[in-house]
Design a protein around this ligand. Structure first.
Ligand SMILES: CSC[C@H]1O[C@H](OP(=O)(O)O)[C@H](O)[C@@H]1O
Length: 368
């Protein structure tokens, strides 16, 4: 999407043909810094430390990580080592394993001498596929926004979102934000309530930054505000992203999503989840029971980083020394609280039958 009038993606193959450029999302919104990944290890660390984050972008980064690995060691042992290094970088977003499985399927059968070139080609395909999928999500989600706009002509459609499922969470367009960007570009009046999303503040730091650069009206709110807004008719619909959708339609997403879904259900606010099909995991039958929830460092809770009045970046502690901290990075929203799944093949009911009918290839993948 646009940053100061210039088009950017979140990740790309550099002009040298082999290194990988990525926006360092840990530095936003205060600094726009481009990182250059030159090894498989660089890609794994970038995912683990959230230089790049967001399920589809994690997958794309891992794909390029495999390509970087094939430049280093294209043997069968090198292929296994790269897979094993990257697949453990973060545990919850299924897109990581999906992308690595796609790369291994493409590379294992071919001559090691041809693997590096083939790896970059397959990674490029995964990147372009993400952009195309998100364009599909944009169109299918747009219809939902248009339907609301038609019922309140001339008024603003208020959308609430949680965390960042924007173009920074994907290669481009985003998932939850894709319909919002398209609606804005089509002249529909939209406004976005942006959950700040503690503890890493992906909403305050990333979603607000994205929307601001694209000229989309938005308001950053503390995470606990959404229920109040819904009670007072200030939210027309919620659209969030996801890191993994189980076969039963349960949705794993950033911590706090479940609470937002409960508030939406209690107030009759439509609650949609936008996702690309690689995020569907038919190997998991019950999301609440089976999806692994990443626990991250307590420092993400105890510390806050911001910019001082004189422009310096500073990190301060906001929790007493010695107070124990828990930092669950995701939660799982039961399918019964989800109005619909916005995918590249339509808006689906959050259940196995609908997912299987729309994406039979994902069932086959899970069976492998
Ligand atoms: C389009 S996937 C976005 C998804 O990923 C985020 O998690 P993280 O920032 O920890 O990678 C969050 O769950 C978003 O909804």
């Amino acid at each position: 999407m646009k940053v100061d009038g210039k088009h950017f993606r979140s990740i790309w193959r550099e002009r040298d043909g082999w290194s990988v450029g990525a926006i360092d999302q840990r530095r936003l919104p205060h600094e726009f810094v481009i990182a250059r990944l030159t090894s498989c290890e660089d890609a794994a660390v970038a995912i683990r430390d959230m230089l790049v984050r967001g399920a589809p972008l994690i997958g794309a980064t891992a794909a390029y990580g495999m390509a970087l690995a094939m430049r280093e060691d294209a043997s069968d042992a090198g292929l296994k080592r790269a897979y094993d290094t990257l697949v453990v970088a973060r545990p919850t977003a299924i897109n990581l394993k999906w992308a690595l499985d796609e790369m291994r399927t493409a590379l294992a059968p071919i001559d090691p001498l041809e693997r590096a070139e083939a790896a970059y080609a397959r990674a490029d395909e995964i990147v372009e596929q993400d952009v195309e999928i998100n364009r599909g999500i944009a169109g299918n989600g747009l219809a939902l926004i248009e339907a609301i706009a038609a019922k309140k002509p001339g008024e603003v459609v208020n959308v609430l979102t949680h965390c960042n499922a924007g173009w920074l969470a994907t290669v481009d367009w985003g998932t939850a934000t894709a319909p919002i960007y398209l609606a804005h570009e089509r002249g529909i009046k939209v406004h976005v309530w942006v959950d700040e999303t503690r503890p890493r503040n992906q909403g305050a730091s990333l979603t607000a930054w994205e929307l601001g650069h694209h000229g989309v009206p938005h308001t950053v709110i503390p995470d606990n505000t959404g229920g109040h807004l819904m009670q007072h008719g200030m939210v027309d619909l919620a659209i969030v992203g996801t890191d993994r959708v189980a076969a039963n339609g349960d949705v794993c997403n950033k911590i706090g999503t479940y609470l937002k879904a409960l508030a939406a259900h209690d107030n009759g606010v439509p609650f949609y989840v936008a996702l690309p099909s690689p995020t569907i995991d038919f190997a998991v039958s019950d999301g609440i029971r089976d999806i692994p929830i990443e626990q991250r460092s307590g420092a993400e809770v105890t510390d806050m980083t911001g910019r001082t009045a004189d422009g310096r970046l500073e990190t301060v502690r906001i929790v007493p020394e010695g107070s124990p901290v828990a930092n669950y990075a995701f939660d799982v929203t039961p399918a019964r609280l989800v109005t619909g799944l916005i995918t590249e093949r339509g808006v689906l009911k959050p259940d196995r039958a609908a997912l299987a009918a729309a994406f039979p290839e994902r069932i086959a993948a899970a069976a492998e």
